[in-house]
Write a protein that binds this ligand. Structure first.
Ligand code: NAD
Length: 480
């Protein structure tokens, strides 16, 4: 059992003022660690160090190439610990080890390198002339960043905030969630060893109270938040008081639009990971599948068979496709939605129960809901579990309308034998990301949502720009 008795404050381990929590393996229910949680006093302490380091220019004033070098060295150090980090991550989250090894640990490391490269190549100072006057347009770091992250990407969410913020020259106070307080701490050690100056980064796992304090803190210039739309709404209200900058990455209810000429077999195989990886606890999960009525029976049957065949169980077993949900609260939520689906008149075509022959834990079978109309709450609200709802449509126009009939606008997909027809539909879907026939997003392209799925974009150059302020310095008359 790991004893994580300290927080990472200003570049070193420090005993916080708060209590510890016991982290329980969601697949087995045995305690795996104790972890210190931050209080509002710890937040104040960390923000003070971040502010002082930012204002002193120890990092904000460093050359972009120097900052990039520190990020690259930290990525190298994390890479050496990949196996250990993947096991820790699977232990706290419950996602299969193969997914931690292939995505949840290597992707954050790659993000650090990408932001290092982008910052090093970026032109921070640009002289502009209108023929009469010259100005210098400067990209400056936005200041002290409060980063707040959820549990479902324990290292990814932090890395796509800490990476660009540090690359831009900001100081950062990161508050990860209570549910996943372990893997993320590796960022502290790696960045300190790589040469990040003292004061610049704090990592404070903690609950709502610590998050609220960070959002309210007058010395925090920007909040970068990933989490639920409900929390994002509260954060936006608080930030409005002092016009603090915000980036919000929020919930989703993404639609997979299956066009009449789609290859059903290929679509079903590809949609399994797109909807169900991390047991459906992914913001971009394709949780609604929209099918032409002519294909409804065929698609439903194929989806039900594929879902029933998925191996649910011990996340350390390489044959496991679905682990448990992260917590009993999350399982209650998912089971509540399955009950609601029945009450609303939908059919549970497969799943809906707790599986047999699995370790003690928060497991729920992959569940297919059919006979769903888009007005039902199970089609409108984010379930965040291994549940797919099938909604039938009568025309492509109606499919597009159903896809867009959602408060969310994060992701989606279009499935067709005709890539041009698929792209035409993708252009009309009001979401930040759309996949054609399950294609993965190119690395470094913008990630984020329309509507109540968020504000701003992460990843790539858009993600780096989110940590800049623009300054125009008037230099004088144009010469020549
Ligand atoms: P959550 O909103 O409950 O919590 C997220 C984080 O915010 C946690 O660290 C929590 O402690 C903190 N928090 C809670 N209340 C707060 C408050 N009032 N002020 C400040 N901080 C507060 O979300 P969750 O249940 O941990 O995560 C699941 C949600 O995250 C889902 O809705 C999912 O779609 C979303 N998500 C979105 C993306 C994206 O990129 N769009 C990625 C991952 C997860």
């Amino acid at each position: 059992m790991t004893e994580q008795q300290e927080l990472w404050i200003g570049g070193r381990w420090a005993t916080g003022a708060g209590v510890t929590t016991t982290v329980v393996n969601p697949a087995g229910l045995e305690p795996i660690a104790t972890a210190r949680l931050a209080t509002t006093v710890d937040v104040d302490h960390a923000v003070a160090q971040a502010r002082a380091s930012f204002d002193a220019g120890v990092w904000s004033g460093a050359a972009p190439a120097e900052r990039a070098q520190v990020l690259r060295a930290a990525a190298d150090l994390l890479e050496k610990r990949q196996d250990e980090l993947a096991r820790t991550l699977t232990g706290e989250l419950g996602c299969p080890l193969w997914f931690s090894e292939r995505a949840h640990v290597p992707n954050p490391i790659r993000h650090l390198r990408t932001f290092a490269d982008l910052a090093q190549a970026h032109t921070f100072d640009e002289e502009v002339s209108d023929g009469a006057n010259r100005s210098l347009v400067i990209d400056e770091p936005v200041g002290v960043v409060g980063a707040i992250t959820p549990w479902n990407g324990p290292l990814s969410s932090p890395a796509i905030k800490v990476g660009p913020a540090l690359a831009a020259g900001c100081s950062v106070v990161l508050k990860p969630s209570v549910e996943a307080p372990l893997t993320v701490m590796a960022l502290g050690d790696a960045l300190a060893e790589a040469g990040l100056p003292e004061g610049v980064l704090s990592i404070l796992p903690g609950g709502t109270e610590a998050g609220v304090r960070l959002v309210e803190h007058p010395d925090v210039d920007k909040i970068a938040f990933t989490g639920s739309t409900a929390t994002g709404r509260q954060i936006m209200r608080t930030c409005a008081d002092r016009i603090a900058r915000i980036t919000l990455e929020l919930g989703g209810k993404s639609a997979a639009v299956v066009l009449p000429d789609a290859d059903v077999e290929k679509m079903v195989a590809a949609i399994m990971p797109m909807s169900l990886v991390v047991t459906g606890q992914l913001c971009i999960s394709q949780s609604r599948v929209l099918v032409p009525r002519s294909l409804e029976a065929e698609v439903t049957e194929a989806l039900a068979a594929a879902m029933a065949a998925l191996r649910v169980g011990d996340p350390l077993d390489p044959a496991t496709f679905l682990g448990p949900l992260v917590s009993s609260a999350q399982r209650d939520r998912v089971e509540g939605y399955v009950d609601l689906a029945r009450t609303e008149g939908a059919t549970v075509a497969t799943g809906g129960r707790r599986p047999d022959d699995v370790p003690p834990g928060y497991f729920v079978e992959p569940t297919l809901l059919t006979g769903v109309t888009n007005a039902m709450r199970v089609a409108q609200e984010e379930i965040f579990g291994p549940v797919i709802a099938v909604v039938a449509y009568d025309s492509v126009e109606e499919a597009i309308a159903i896809a867009n009939d959602s408060p969310y606008g994060l992701s989606g997909s279009v499935w067709s034998a005709d890539p041009d027809a698929a792209l035409a539909v993708a252009r009309r879907i009001r979401t930040g990301m759309v996949s054609i026939n399950g294609a993965p997003q190119a690395w470094g392209t913008p990630f984020g949502g329309y509507k109540q799925s968020g504000i701003g974009r992460e990843m790539g150059m858009e993600g780096l720009r989110a940590y800049f302020e623009k300054k125009s310095v008037a230099l004088g008359p144009a010469v020549g």
